[in-house]
Design a protein around this ligand. Structure first.
Ligand SMILES: Nc1nc2c(ncn2[C@@H]2O[C@H](COP(=O)(O)OP(=O)(O)OP(=O)(O)O)[C@@H](O)[C@H]2O)c(=O)[nH]1
Length: 349
């Protein structure tokens, strides 16, 4: 149909919930739909984009993938997101569908609200906001606040009006959702999954569409084509930040930080993983990911850590002109001891 708006799906969810994995599955099952991807990552190593490049060859070429690594997309709407969308829409070969992966720390609300900007409102609509949840992490209480600690902080600081940053993000990302994917169901039993579902639904008065998945493996018909036009309803899905700072106070991410550690080749992967596990536990690292070089191996090793769960696999050969190296992005709450973490990672390699 001429002049029909292009549908855009926003995929959000906390660090390591499985957004990139779900998108990878989706691209592989795109059934000829031409998809453009906008990927926003916290920590400027570009791991997600790199993992996705090449996995949907016919329906989503490298040219269709735009990486926005200049901070969280919710804070760079005017400078990054709108110009990127405008460029996409100017293309001769316009996509059938746009998928936007937010960083794990992004608030979806400002991004969805941007679809009401005149520059893009007439051409694109939000097909739906899909929030991916690490059901195992929720069940382990990762996003529940420590009541005793919070009460102590409140006693010390009467101004303190918000919950833990992790809990707030968890709630805000659910409040924005049209659909919630309870992912990583391979890691928890049905009883605990039912409790997670109840917890998720309790975050909003709207009845959410909640589905379960392993490795984000869901049919494209389930994820795309919701026709929700979420931009029309986003004012009713306010984030904690919007509710607490109606005065226009800027939202920022200074409760979180990320940095990159470069280390040598990884001679003993098992020893390295064991080392990473204790670093993650000692320093309360939320997310660690990157690519490593292994002596004598032509392939690069992908390292993905979410809490204490670490996955490694070789994804592709180092390419011509690419120097095999080991680089990891480390993400945690503010005040990470960057020097100690970097030293310990180098010692574990
Ligand atoms: N066991 C298990 N692991 C999963 C599942 N889905 C994803 N993972 C793993 O979880 C890790 C993080 O997955 P990603 O898809 O990179 O998560 P993400 O949400 O894109 O992460 P960020 O972009 O860093 O926020 C990877 O090691 C995945 O292989 C699942 O259903 N079960």
């Amino acid at each position: 149909m001429l002049n029909a708006k292009i549908p855009a799906t926003v995929i959000t969810g906390f660090l390591g919930a499985g957004k990139t994995t779900m998108i990878r599955n989706l691209l592989q099952n795109a059934k000829g739909k031409r998809i453009a991807l906008i990927i926003n990552e916290f920590g400027d190593l570009g791991v997600d984009g790199d993992v996705l490049k090449g996995c949907g060859d016919e329906t989503c070429t490298e040219d269709d993938i735009v990486e926005l690594n200049n901070g969280c997309i919710c804070c760079t709407v005017a400078d990054d997101f709108i110009p990127t969308m405008e460029k996409l829409l100017e293309r001769e070969n316009r996509p059938d569908h746009i998928i936007i992966e937010t960083s794990g720390l992004a608030l979806p609300q400002p991004l969805v609200a941007a679809f009401n900007w005149p520059e893009i409102k007439t051409q694109v609509t939000v097909d739906g906001v899909v929030t991916v949840i690490d059901a195992a992490a929720v069940s382990e209480g990762r996003f529940a606040h420590d009541h005793d600690k919070l009460d102590a902080q409140r006693a010390a600081d009467e101004e303190l009006d918000h919950e833990s940053p992790l809990e707030e993000l968890f709630e805000d990302q659910i409040r924005a959702a049209d659909m919630v994917v309870l992912n990583k169901t391979d890691l928890i039993d049905t009883k605990r999954l039912a409790a997670v579902k109840t917890n998720v639904q309790s975050q909003t008065d709207r009845t959410l569409k909640i589905i379960s998945a392993k490795h984000g493996d869901l049919p494209i018909e389930v994820l795309l084509g919701m026709g929700a036009a979420t931009e029309d309803d986003i004012v009713n899905r306010k984030s904690h930040h919007e509710l607490h700072h109606a005065d226009g106070h800027e939202h920022d991410h200074d409760e979180f930080e990320s940095f990159i550690v470069e280390t040598g080749e990884i001679a003993d992967t098992d020893k390295f993983i064991a080392g990473l596990k204790s670093i993650i536990a000692d320093h309360d690292v939320l997310r660690l990911k990157g690519f490593c070089a292994v002596p004598g191996k032509p392939m690069r090793l992908v390292v993905q850590a979410v809490g204490q769960r670490i996955e490694t696999y070789f994804d592709r050969a180092w390419q011509a002109g690419e120097k095999p190296s080991s680089r990891l992005v480390v993400i945690g709450l503010h005040d990470l001891d960057q020097t100690a973490i970097a030293e310990q990672i180098k010692a574990a390699a």
